[in-house]
Design a protein around this ligand. Structure first.
Ligand SMILES: C[S@@+](CC[C@H](N)C(=O)[O-])C[C@H]1O[C@@H](n2cnc3c(N)ncnc32)[C@H](O)[C@@H]1O
Length: 268
């Protein structure tokens, strides 16, 4: 019997998302590529976002913010008015290019950490006052190692803030899989499952649910439909059809889970 039941459950639920082989082999493009256009941050200070509020509480003027899985920087650049410098870590070179441009346009000093977290952290000495990590956890099977590396990258007495959708972000697309391929998709894992895995890993994290606020720009519907078609292993000739199906989906929840913890202060 395993002594990490919550983590095992998390991993099993994530692996159930593998696209069936007979569909995957028809994919004209890599289904999981994310278009940076979908991740452009909004200017502004993240009003209405619980995750931003939790990060701001721990952020002194001029502090260093690390954004893991930064994309275009929605999580950290909402803190641009307070931060002195930002560090963006992402496995996608395209996302880091966008992040650098967005941070520079806000007059921030920026450093990038390319590669997959936590491997990218192992070779880095970088430490931040606040570490933010939005919408990455469902991409990570070894959530325990991932989160411990977030903790190590935070200065003593700093804060880690993760934001997640309440359930795996692809669950909202279940009707699309049903329509185009006549298959059922999994319904988990949930943010509560993520929290349980972190508690089990010895991280004393708080779990809250609050509003997402507006951190990213609204992307054009054609861009969203093209991304969804790719994810569904369909070619560009099906994008209009995918767009029509997306329009018939129920409205998405504006609630997000926020999982955060303060790192231990150094003993004197
Ligand atoms: C859904 S996007 C979210 C981007 C941004 N945090 C936001 O909320 O707009 C996930 C991002 O995390 C990156 N990513 C996923 N897993 C990663 C990992 N293990 N290490 C580094 N980057 C990762 C992807 O390349 C992508 O840019």
């Amino acid at each position: 019997m395993s002594n990490t039941p919550a983590l095992d459950r998390w991993k099993a639920q994530l692996s159930a998302w593998a696209i069936p082989d007979e569909i995957r082999k028809q994919a004209p493009a890599f289904p999981w590529r994310l278009d940076p256009e979908l991740f452009r941050p909004l200017p502004g200070t993240g009003e209405g976002s619980l995750a931003t509020r939790r990060a701001r509480e721990a952020l002194a003027d001029g502090a260093v913010v690390l954004d893991v899985g930064c994309g275009g920087g929605a999580a950290s650049l909402a803190l641009a008015d307070r931060a002195g410098s930002v560090i963006g870590a992402d496995e996608s070179a395209e996302m880091l290019e966008l992040y650098t441009a967005e941070a520079t346009s806000r007059d921030l000093e920026v450093i990038t950490v390319p590669g997959r977290w936590p491997d990218s952290q192992a070779s880095s000495e970088l430490r931040a006052d606040v570490v933010v990590c939005h919408h990455v956890a469902y991409n990570v099977a070894a959530l325990d190692e991932f989160a411990r590396a977030l903790d190590r990258a935070t200065k003593p007495g700093g804060r880690v803030v993760m934001e997640l959708t309440l359930h795996h972000p692809q669950t909202v697309n279940a009707p699309l899989w049903q329509h185009f391929w006549n298959i059922e998709r999994p319904t988990g894992p949930s943010a509560e499952d993520a929290h349980a895995a972190l508690i089990e890993a010895g991280i004393n994290a708080t779990f809250e649910i609050g509003e997402a606020g507006q951190l990213r720009r609204e992307s054009p519907s054609e861009t969203r439909a093209a991304g969804a078609a790719r994810m569904l292993c369909l070619g560009p000739d099906r994008v209009q059809e995918v767009d029509a199906q997306i329009r018939s989906l129920p409205a998405r929840s504006t609630e997000r889970a926020v999982i955060w913890w303060d790192t231990a202060t150094q003993s004197a």
